[in-house]
Design a protein around this ligand. Structure first.
Ligand code: BG6
Length: 508
């Protein structure tokens, strides 16, 4: 067992990779440019990559190794967030970058990959370890896994792992089908289904916050928590991804994966150890406890929205149906909200409201835990408007990462007037350190062999099961879209959904 084994390093201190080659399918795509390559470069900058390291990029676009290196140089220097770009380091990093042109449906491609891995192994001492990264169109994932398997590349002298980008399937049956196709060649321990929200520092910190402190756990249940609001608002539109987004929609793009995983992290039971399977068992258990809506319950518990023309950040923007690549009669949801109940002893009766949308007034992702009000208030006069305010705990995922606790306080003066105040923790101010990007964390984890922050098939299936009735119901609806103007907080039906239980969306 190496010192990097998650079992020997449960708290993840010694985080350096063993030698390996990373093979990226979809190397000419946006994700590679914006996220994967900057993350790998940053790992090199931090000295976390073993000297034996190489990347083989694959896509259909013809390119030489040098063209690929030049493109990656431009992308990394452009998209590297909050860290310096070092030309000298780049030169040595770029020597390990290679490129293959090919079609994933062509058996010859896999033969070339095998040969190239052999060469890279000799020249760069990658010890036969290979991480495949599937970042192509999702419809190609199954085919690539089969191509790798048929060419004998799922096994080798070292370890072989495969990262599958989201979305893992587009509904429950297709997620199962994709899994069967991948598992025909790769064992579950080799499969890393990525959900980049789980790699965010602030999402990982939910576990530290809940399980590293003693004072919150006694309150973390239906006796003290009234409801929970999870918001992931984006101020951008579909950004040239109209064709993909039109097939996905907000529910599939954000709720089925990222936000249900966030909810699972908030609501799961403490795990007995911090081992990958112990943590994932608890997440999976929570997701399986989410109540599945009956068809007749969907209308009251889920809301679809689509933006029309509006104003965002002072500028006029077109509606979704006018975006390039989008059908002018599209009924895709660019906003989705849903109420989930969790059928277990801790959470029975506590609604978890989740909402997400494109072109909302600001970019903000947060979890707001609304505690029950004091059972009896002695401050009843009309001068105490603050009295009805519940206590609120806000976990801010991004931006302005931090945690705030809201409570009421006496306003200085002769009278007994109450005012809401806030106790704040802010990452930047407290640590003064840069946080690694989610992809940096997750790539490092996969190369080390730590799957704690990756999703397992049972979790993927449980979260598809939770949204499947909503998708089925929406598929049969004739929505009158658009139903919110770009730059506003979504359709009014979303407010009505909360009002049914006497609640109001918080304005973040
Ligand atoms: C992706 C979605 O998974 O997450 C995008 O496909 C979305 O539509 C993005 O914009 C949001 O991620 P982040 O890290 O910017 O919150």
């Amino acid at each position: 067992m190496s010192v990097n084994s998650p079992l020997q390093d449960p708290l993840r201190f010694h985080r350096k990779t063993p030698p390996c080659a990373v093979v990226i399918f979809g190397a000419n795509g946006d994700l590679t440019k914006r996220k994967l390559m900057p993350a790998l470069y940053r790992l090199a900058y931090e000295g976390r990559l073993a000297p034996g390291f190489a990347v083989i990029g694959i896509s259909r676009t013809p390119m030489s190794d040098d063209d690929f290196r030049a493109r990656m140089h431009d992308s990394v220097s452009r998209f590297l967030e909050d860290s310096p770009f070092d030309e000298d380091l780049w030169r040595s990093f770029a020597q390990g970058l290679f490129y293959l042109t090919g079609d994933v449906g062509d058996a010859a491609l896999y033969k070339k990959i095998g040969e190239s891995l052999g060469g890279v192994d000799e020249e760069h001492a990658t010890a036969g370890n290979v991480l495949f990264y599937l970042s192509t169109q999702p419809s190609q994932y199954g085919e690539i896994a089969e191509g790798l398997g048929a060419a004998g590349l799922a096994k080798g002298a070292g370890w072989r792992r495969i990262i599958v980008e989201k979305p893992f399937g587009h509904d429950l049956p297709s997620a199962r089908d994709l899994n069967t196709r991948i598992q025909a060649h790769f064992a579950e321990e080799q499969i890393y289904r990525i959900d980049h929200y789980l790699g965010k520092e602030t999402v990982q910190n939910i576990m530290a916050f809940r399980f590293g402190n003693g004072i919150f756990e006694p309150l973390w249940n239906r006796r003290y928590i009234d409801h929970v609001q999870i918001t992931a608002a984006e101020s951008i539109g579909v950004e040239g991804r109209g064709a993909y987004y039109q097939e996905a929609g907000a529910l599939r793009d954000m709720i089925q994966n990222h936000l249900l995983q966030v909810m699972a992290t908030i609501a799961m039971e403490p795990s007995a150890t911090f081992s990958s399977d112990a943590v994932r068992d608890e997440r999976a258990k929570l997701l399986r406890s989410v109540r599945i809506l009956k068809p007749e319950e969907v209308a009251d518990n889920a809301v679809a929205g689509q933006y029309g023309p509006g104003r965002v950040a002072g500028g006029a923007v077109v509606g979704f149906r006018q975006e390039p690549g989008v059908n002018p009669e599209s009924t895709t949801d660019t906003y989705a909200a849903a109420t989930f109940l969790v059928d277990n002893w801790r959470w029975a009766g506590v609604p978890f409201y989740i909402r997400t949308g494109k072109y909302l007034p600001k970019r903000v992702s947060e979890i707001a835990i609304h505690f029950k009000s004091a059972p009896l208030s002695v401050f009843r006069s009309s001068e105490t408007p603050g009295e009805s305010l519940p206590n609120l705990l806000i976990l801010r995922i991004q931006p302005e990462e931090g945690i705030s606790l809201k409570f009421v306080s006496k306003r200085p003066g002769a009278g007994m007037t109450l005012r809401p105040v806030s106790m704040d923790f802010n990452y930047g101010a407290s640590f003064g350190e840069r946080s690694p990007s989610a992809y940096e964390t997750l790539l490092l984890d996969a190369i080390i062999g730590d799957a704690t922050l990756y999703t397992r098939q049972d979790m993927v299936e449980a979260s598809w099961s939770a949204v499947q009735p909503i998708m089925d119901y929406w598929a049969a609806q004739k929505f009158s879209f658009p139903n919110y103007a770009a730059g506003t907080w979504g359709p009014t039906a979303s407010d009505a959904m909360l009002a049914r239980r006497g609640h109001v969306w918080r304005t973040p």
